[in-house]
Design a protein around this ligand. Structure first.
Ligand code: DUC
Ligand code: ZN
Ligand code: ZN
Length: 459
């Protein structure tokens, strides 16, 4: 007796398409084909598309940053995830200054475990270097945190120096870890920010002017050069916003090195024009939104296979937090950086990418599920539709028309940066380890029913 049979599925994977039924037992896929066996539950998905559950490799739940803690805790944040067909998030453990990595990991687990409804993995942010931190890198990897994030921006807060970058990349790589990089030149940004403040130029658009394309491109080149001094690295530039930074990674990849990129839906859908709107403060994230020209380049590079993954950088602040609890919009440099995104990866990429003919269904699945699973050591448990894998699926109604608004989303905020955008194609059900955790927008999973999924190191 099976627990669940998904009937009449049109299944898309990176290697192609098939039609059939999927049988699930004890949370795992056990059979694929024409299934006649009895099951406790049947989900008939006639006419729908089934893809492996999305892996959002970039979320910041309960993230203390720029004087605020993000408004989505692990319950709201993973509700939004599950609402959008994301069955696994990979969140960033963020040690406070002076805190060691293992106690930060422990704190993240204790915070997340009772609340999560999607499954989750963890990355580790390293913001400072000392002997304890260096010693703990292999221990953190042993606990399944095999990917890291190092910041080249946010001077005085998260930024590390070039020397620290070199030491950390070498240590992480020697233990089979993946090195994620926030590539922006923090020194130059600082100068530009101070100049604009002195000149009284403090509207949200100055966030863009103080972080021009070149600060990302320079940092991408610099970190690539630094990493090329070290053997056996796997580098990963997160939230890449310029075509030129993607080209840097492609160049190093063509020399035989492991260099990958992530981009996010906001760079593919929006442009810097949003920062000029009366509510432009809602659109402040880093790197900032870019020109239409950059947006076009990113789509081309995504289609060509030069961008490995699309993650959301889900980092949610309420309007009140964005305005730092004031009436007036504060200076751009005081507005906490971050936007919502995990719930809208699927509809935005499906509609603007697949339906508009920019990317294939195979590529769609690869960048939102299979590739992040591979990069973060979760594959083939996650990101694959094969017997033995976790039974995680997003079920897409390819014809469903939805106008995006906070009413159809599950975050703990009352706005979305995609408000009013109409899409065709929507996630109508989410299955997580064989349990139907969302159907037609109704989330049925219990707090804490998600599990921690340790990532396997590359060694
Ligand atoms: N960028 C953001 O927009 N938010 C969180 C941190 C970051 O790097
Ligand atoms: Zn970042
Ligand atoms: Zn981020």
């Amino acid at each position: 007796m099976l627990d669940l049979v998904i009937k009449n599925a049109k299944v898309f994977t990176p290697s192609g398409y098939f039609e059939g039924d999927i049988g699930v037992k004890d949370g795992k896929i056990v059979k694929i084909g024409d299934i006649q066996e009895q099951s406790d539950k049947t989900l008939n998905v006639q006419g729908k598309y089934v893809v492996p559950g999305l892996i959002d490799g970039h979320t910041h739940m309960e993230f203390p940053f720029m004087g605020e803690v993000t408004a989505d805790d692990f319950y709201y944040g993973t509700s939004a995830a599950v609402g959008g067909g994301v069955t696994t998030i990979v969140d960033f453990v963020t040690p406070s200054r002076g805190q060691d990595l293992l106690s930060a990991y422990q704190k993240w687990r204790e915070t997340a475990d009772p609340k999560v409804i999607s499954d989750y993995g963890l990355h580790m942010i390293i913001r400072e270097v000392n002997p304890t931190i260096m010693e703990q890198i292999p221990e953190v990897i042993n606990r399944g945190v095999m990917s890291f994030k190092l910041y080249m921006a946010y001077k005085g807060e998260l930024m590390v120096t070039d020397g620290e970058l070199f030491k950390l990349i070498r240590e992480i790589s020697s233990h089979g870890g993946v090195v994620g990089i926030h590539a922006e030149n923090g020194e130059v940004i600082n100068e530009l920010v101070q100049e604009y403040i002195r000149e009284g130029k403090v509207d949200p658009i100055y966030h863009y002017y103080s972080r021009p394309d070149e600060v990302e491109i320079e940092a991408a080149n610099r970190v690539a050069s630094i990493a090329s001094l070290i053997k056996g690295v796997t580098m990963y530039q997160v939230h890449t916003s310029t075509g030129e930074a993607v080209d840097v990674m492609s160049l190093y990849r063509s020399k035989g090195m492991n260099y990958f990129n992530e981009t996010t839906p906001h760079y593919l859908i929006l442009t810097l024009e949003a920062l000029k709107k009366p509510d432009g403060f809602k659109y402040i994230m880093s790197p900032p939104l870019r020109s239409d020209d950059q947006r076009t380049k990113l789509w081309q590079k995504l289609a060509a296979g030069d961008i490995a993954t699309v993650g959301s950088d889900h980092c949610v602040y309420s309007v009140s937090q964005k305005k730092r609890h004031k009436e007036e919009v504060p200076s751009f440099h005081e507005i906490p950086n971050g936007v919502p995104g995990t719930e809208t990866i699927l509809p935005l990429l499906f509609y603007f990418g697949v339906k508009k003919g920019k990317i294939s269904m195979e590529r769609f699945v690869e960048v939102i599920s299979t590739n992040p699973a591979k990069l973060f050591g979760l594959y083939p448990r996650k990101g694959a539709v094969v017997p033995g894998a976790d039974a995680d699926f997003a079920v897409i109604d390819p014809e469903r028309k939805v106008k995006i608004s906070p009413d159809v989303l599950h975050s703990n905020i009352d706005y979305t940066i995609y408000d009013g955008i109409e899409v065709e194609g929507w996630n109508v059900a989410t299955v997580r380890r064989g349990e139907v955790v969302m159907e037609e927008g109704q989330i049925t999973a219990k707090n804490g029913s998600g599990v921690y999924v340790p990532g396997k190191s590359l060694k």
